[in-house]
Write a protein that binds this ligand. Structure first.
Ligand code: GUN
Length: 332
């Protein structure tokens, strides 16, 4: 590999031995990133190109994939997330509609709306943006979404099917991590994957995805959490280390084996007086120090983040293909 790629808003250049050196990292010049940067934006764009072609084939059969968003209340972050998901749908010609509900919407009313969307064949996917106002039950909402339209994989039925190795919608962030690994040449088969974090939407489904006996998985998986004793002793055994604990820069260089592949799921806001906004985003990995030891690493932003929405699109296309009886692929 030679030449220059743009990642994380910085220009990276390929140095000797195919490794990436940061030229204009915000904290350069003293930082020498020697790991290969796994460019999530490039991988996401590659997948979106494939999805565009699949949508086109569906449209030729007279079927347009449709994704309904339900947005309750006025949470500015939720409004912004749903807007960007709707834009991503538009980008690959998926039809979407955002159904806005007032913050005072009652539980029964919301469940009835989900029931109507479940029953409407125009919608292949139904997504209820979280968090919900506190008087509403997120668990009840997740259970109400038809598992066959649950492109966000929030319904416990999909997590159960995944664990059993049966066809299921995969949680978007873990499915994106699997694609990042495969498409950057780091097949997890036979590797020791250590996952730090046991959440229902990242740690647990990722462990279930990567432990399956199937191509693109077949890893030995260890899940670490707040009850883990001597975390560093375990993370140092990882061929592939996934940081998903939601703790800024918690994975330090001494916790990483030389030559490991490091996937950073963290997305933490930390104060930064040098920025106009007064903050910047960092991952769960001490990027600069770990990048000197790892063989490959995902940046924040620009690593796992762009993959999550892309896998939502993937699941929606898959749901539409299943409805048409022409399934082209699953996420694992
Ligand atoms: N809120 C923040 N992230 C997500 C997500 O991935 N899905 C849903 N439904 N709500 C969210």
């Amino acid at each position: 590999m030679a030449g220059r790629i743009v990642a994380q808003g910085s220009v990276w250049t390929v140095g000797r031995a195919g490794r990436m050196l940061a030229l204009d990292h915000p904290r350069a010049p003293e930082i020498q990133v020697t790991a290969t940067i796994i460019d999530g934006r490039a991988v996401a764009e590659e997948i979106r190109a494939e999805l565009r072609a699949r949508v086109e084939r569906l449209r030729e059969r007279g079927l347009t994939p449709g994704l309904a968003f339900v947005l309750v209340g006025e949470n500015p972050a939720s409004i912004s997330y749903v807007r960007s998901k709707a834009q991503a749908c538009e980008d690959i010609a998926i039809r979407s509609e955002t159904i806005r509900q007032p913050a005072e919407t009652g539980q029964e009313e919301l469940l009835a709306l989900i029931g109507r969307l479940n029953a409407d064949p125009a919608w292949h996917g139904v997504l209820v943006q979280m968090p919900l106002p506190p008087h509403l039950s997120e668990d009840a909402v997740a259970r109400a979404i038809d598992p066959e339209k649950d492109v966000d994989a929030l319904n416990p039925v999909n997590l159960g099917l995944l664990l059993r190795g049966e066809p299921a919608f995969l949680s978007c962030t873990p499915a994106g991590i699997q694609q990042l690994l495969l498409r950057s040449g780091h097949d997890p088969a036979g590797k020791h994957v250590v996952i730090c974090g046991r959440s229902n939407i990242v740690g647990k489904p990722l462990a279930a995805i990567l432990m399956q006996k199937r191509p693109g998985a077949n890893a030995t998986v260890t899940v670490c959490h707040t009850g883990t004793r001597d975390l560093a002793a375990i993370t140092r055994q990882a061929d592939i280390l996934v940081a998903a604990m939601g703790s800024p820069r918690a994975i330090t260089a001494d916790m990483v084996r030389e030559g490991a592949v490091v996937i950073d799921v963290g997305n933490n806001r930390v104060p930064d007086a040098s920025r106009k906004s007064g903050f910047r985003m960092v991952g769960d990995v001490d990027f600069e120090a770990v990048a000197e030891k790892a063989a490959a690493i995902t940046p924040v932003p620009g690593g796992v983040g762009p993959m999550t929405v892309t896998m939502l699109l993937w699941n929606t296309v898959l749901a539409a293909e299943r409805a048409a009886g022409v399934e082209e692929g699953r996420a694992s």
